[in-house]
Write a protein that binds this ligand. Sequence first.
Ligand SMILES: [Cu+2]
Length: 107
Amino acid sequence: MKSLVKAVIAASFILSSATAVYAESAPTTAAAGDAMSSGEVKKVDKSAGKMTIKHGPLQNLGMDGMTMVFRVKDPGMLEQVKVGDKIHFVAEEPNGQLTVTQLKKDN
Ligand SMILES: [Cu+2]
């Protein structure tokens, strides 16, 4: 009887740890496609088509938080924001040029 109890306890440990691993990995995979990073606009340079962003971690680029210059995919993005604005954005690196491809001003 004791060995049966041990077997049941062991089995439930295996099941619960397997469930925990699945629960941790699933949301990351699902959200990876359209996850936006947070940032603050530090400079807008319309003539160069660039903006400087103090950004949080950029998971898709494997980059930690820092302040840096980005190109923008659409020059109109530079009209939507001003220095000091808090934003959410997606940056990609299509031709070795870090480019903001999506931009949303925080409310
Ligand atoms: Cu950076």
